[in-house]
Design a protein around this ligand. Structure first.
Ligand code: AMP
Ligand code: MG
Length: 311
């Protein structure tokens, strides 16, 4: 059910869930102060309770209400990138954020999204927790149609058009006197150099037995089809090819185009829609062209495709 901003505000205030647009992907929102509604998010997504949620705020100053102390460069980072696709993990006062939100961790993740409709709603109802609006394990939703595919036509969704970034936020975590990337995302490591004086490194899952970002442990972004990632020998077995507009592929295959090799933003924007299109067309095996640059946003694209291909 497509709803307007006033209806979204009304439903959230009545402790109901609403799917909402952001510039990265659509989110499934509940108010931070409603643990009952938040529990429902985990239930309807089929999300593990050990996978914490991002708190979405309308102003950087709102984080101060929850944080014990803000890590160095917090203000410079929010000044440079908020509103936008950057999530920052900070140590918080435990009694102020329900344990279900942070999966029992002593930290919480914060972001200020830039989508004007969602900012308007947050200003009206207070901070929202909002994981991606997809069934756990499936590709994220970058259009209202995707939300409807996963949660049905009756589920309330605020239509904000297609998402501009198309991939999730970059998550930074401050550890051992440095910011590190806990999840690759729409912002690549290089953009932080002028602010931090160094490029944050990407820590994959676990270091010294410490979980950096629990979400990294779970199967994610996957279509029904088996994905073959880039191995030329496997191309004959595939019924579909996921590739790039300037490349040519065997004519007998159905090709779904991610976009141009000269435009990683376009590719990121189309990524989840293409993975969902494979499901829609009942693809069995899709061969994915992984022959693209490895720098910047391409790194995030490669990571999403690799995770989508995990069985
Ligand atoms: P999603 O909402 O589906 O984009 O996933 C949220 C991501 O944020 C997951 O990868 C979580 O692991 C990560 N996250 C949220 N809160 C924390 C936290 N306190 N510490 C580390 N990672 C977090
Ligand atoms: Mg997600």
């Amino acid at each position: 059910m497509r709803i307007n901003v006033e209806e979204a505000i009304e439903k959230l205030l009545a402790n109901q869930l609403v799917a909402m647009p952001t510039e990265t992907v659509y989110g499934l929102a509940a108010r931070l102060t409603c643990p009952g509604a938040i529990k429902k998010i985990f239930e309807i997504k089929g999300r593990s309770l050990v996978n914490p949620l991002i708190i979405h705020v309308a102003n950087p100053i709102d984080v101060c209400a929850y944080a014990i102390a803000l890590p160095p460069h917090f203000d410079a980072l929010t000044h440079a990138f908020w509103p936008g696709p950057l999530t920052l993990i900070v140590p918080i006062q435990l009694d102020l954020v329900d344990s279900i939100v942070r999966a029992g961790l002593p930290t919480a993740a914060f972001r200020m999204p830039s989508h004007p409709l969602t900012l308007h709603v947050i200003r009206a109802v207070g901070p929202l927790v909002m994981p991606s609006a997809n069934l756990s394990g499936k590709p994220s939703s970058t259009d209202v149609k995707h939300v409807e595919m996963d949660f049905g036509l009756d589920f309330p969704v605020l239509d904000g058009g297609p998402c501009q970034e198309g991939v999730e936020s970059t998550i930074l975590h401050y550890r051992n006197s440095q910011w590190e990337i806990a999840r690759l995302g729409a912002l690549s490591a290089t953009v932080f150099q002028p602010i931090l004086g160094y490029e944050p490194i990407y820590q994959k899952i676990v270091k010294n037995d410490q979980i950096i970002s629990p979400g990294q442990m779970f199967r994610h972004y996957a279509p029904q089809a088996t994905l073959f990632l880039g191995d030329q020998k496997q191309i004959t077995e595939a019924d579909f090819i996921v590739g790039f507009t300037e490349k040519s592929y065997p004519v007998e295959k159905r090709v779904l185009y991610l976009g141009s090799l000269s435009n990683p933003h376009e590719v990121a924007e189309n990524l989840y829609a293409v993975l969902r299109q494979l499901d829609f067309e009942k693809a069995k095996i899709a061969w994915v062209d992984m022959d693209f640059p490895s720098e910047g946003l391409w790194k995030t694209i490669a990571e999403r495709l690799s995770r989508a291909g995990e069985k």
